[in-house]
Design a protein around this ligand. Structure first.
Ligand code: NDP
Length: 340
């Protein structure tokens, strides 16, 4: 089997994190229900990814797959393929668990579900605190972060951070924390470079981790996303020049900007392809061409949260109101979704 060598970035507490990892969100169907039926495929894909050389796995309480993620990691440790310290696991605290004590309890529950002794990185998934009935709990994310600091001090987790925090929220957090956030995991892709937020994070030595790195490029449901699509002629010409694919160009572009990525794929050939980006350089002229696709377009825009306290993105006016999908509120909502 071919092996990939993925370099590390250094976090602000000295810990190393792979510059490219594997995302474990299985996505949702047309009814916004989790594609939990893909969980067995996820285990297979993760086992393959570890054999290939992937070392970072990004999951979350929300994704319902922490048991599968823990299983795959433990299996490869048992087989002697890796040691626990070779693997970097990220998970996230969901919006139901934003009270001080609940944050640490959520970390302990993630540990139990994954069957691990510690987690490498835990982040606050979103700055808003919303309970399972969709009620705005208006809890300050600084309180949630203090709960994470407690988990860190208790040795449950090696690094802590945030996700989906905007510039103002990052500034306020940095001014009020005891342990500096190691990462901010946000949506960054060719359509959404988030220059101000990325500059702030990088100036403050907070690693930016990009989610949905491909934006609408690879998502079948996102038909309205702007160019570049996967067959965009500028992209395909550039990809041919480097002997790479369009998606590899995107991941390499982000790596050259010192942004970590966590592409998700259940397809073996793509799992290999996504990690095979460390043997070429995009030249500065082509980087400038790629930067021109930035138009502020957000492929994942949760408008159903936009009236909640601490919602991090600009609000869209005159959109029909939409209830928060059940799958984002209730855990026990259907076959195989009965994880706590
Ligand atoms: P990605 O941008 O990683 O895209 C995933 C999609 O692209 C899948 O449909 C996959 O298909 C397809 N794909 C993957 N590689 C290729 C390739 N080389 N060529 C063509 N198609 C490809 O999107 P995600 O939204 O899943 O983001 C990645 C990860 O980020 C998530 O899994 C999750 O861990 C995290 N995340 C975090 C969020 C947060 O709020 N913090 C929000 C959203 C995601 P297939 O599987 O069929 O190969």
């Amino acid at each position: 089997m071919s092996k990939v060598k993925i370099p590390n970035f250094k976090l602000n507490n000295g810990l190393e994190i792979p510059a490219l990892g594997y995302g474990t969100w299985l996505g949702v169907n047309d009814k916004i229900e989790f594609r939990i039926e893909d969980a067995p495929k996820l285990v297979e894909a993760m086992l393959y990814a570890i054999d290939l050389g992937y070392r970072h796995f990004d999951t979350a309480h929300l994704y319902r797959v922490e048991p599968e993620v823990g299983f795959a990691v433990r299996k490869k440790i048992e087989e002697g393929v890796v040691k626990r310290e070779d693997i970097f696991v990220t998970t996230k605290i969901w919006q139901h668990n934003h009270r001080l004590a609940d944050a640490e309890a959520s970390v302990r529950a993630s540990l139990r579900r994954m069957g691990l002794d510690y987690i490498d990185l835990v982040v606050i998934h979103w700055p808003m605190a919303i309970n399972e009935d969709g009620i705005d709990e208006k809890i300050d994310y600084l309180e949630t972060y203090r709960g994470l600091e407690n988990a860190y001090n208790a040795g449950l987790v090696k690094a802590i951070g945030v996700s989906n925090f905007n510039v103002e929220q990052m500034r306020r957090l940095l001014a009020n924390c005891t342990i500096r956030p190691a990462v901010n995991q946000i949506q960054v892709n060719l359509n959404l470079l988030e220059k101000d937020l990325v500059s702030l994070c990088q100036a403050e030595d907070v690693l930016v981790v990009s989610y949905s790195s491909f934006g609408g490029m690879t998502k079948a449901y996102d038909k309205t996303s702007p160019e570049p699509k996967i067959d965009n002629p500028i992209m395909t010409r550039m990809a041919n020049k480097y002997g790479k694919s369009v998606t590899q160009l995107v991941l390499r572009f982000l790596y050259q900007k010192r942004i970590a990525t966590i592409p998700k794929s259940l397809t073996k050939s793509r799992i290999l392809e996504n990690a095979s980006i460390f043997d070429f350089d995009i030249d500065s002229e082509d980087v400038a061409t790629l930067e021109k696709f930035d138009c502020g377009y957000r492929s994942d825009r949760p408008i159903f949260w936009q009236d909640y306290t601490h919602y991090p993105f600009e609000k869209i006016e005159n959109v029909p109101s939409m209830e928060i999908p059940l799958a984002l509120r209730k855990w026990k909502n259907g076959a195989n979704l009965d994880i706590d």
